[in-house]
Design a protein around this ligand. Sequence first.
Ligand code: NI
Length: 144
Amino acid sequence: MSPSAPKVYVSRKFHFSASHRVYNPSWSDEKNAEVFGPCSNPTGHGHNYELEVIVAGTPHPETGYVIDIAYLRRLIEERIISQLDHRHLNTDVAFLAGRIPSSENLIVAIWEQIQPLLPEGVTLVELRLWETPRNCFIYHGQKA
Ligand code: NI
């Protein structure tokens, strides 16, 4: 991207419902209950998550697009949302294996999944993950 090229951010919001239990398997049930409270109840609980994916790039001279947003929607729905929606995050999602499924860990894992999928010239700049309408988690990836 040349310095004078306009950099435009494109955002798309996604939805998924999933259950989880915030639980550290190396701790006793008592310690989990003490640290995580009801979030660690043995049978778990659910959230209606919202995920906002923000990418950036320069509009292509032939299309005017940074990325075809319909393509972005399909890509994220088919490769990411389908693995999360109506799943149990502790047991059902391969890319979360071995991680405590807090929203912090979830947003980092989602970033790792999305970044390699994006076409040349399109940069993943931000993810926003709402666990509830009031609780939002934001990630910009690891800075080199
Ligand atoms: Ni929760």
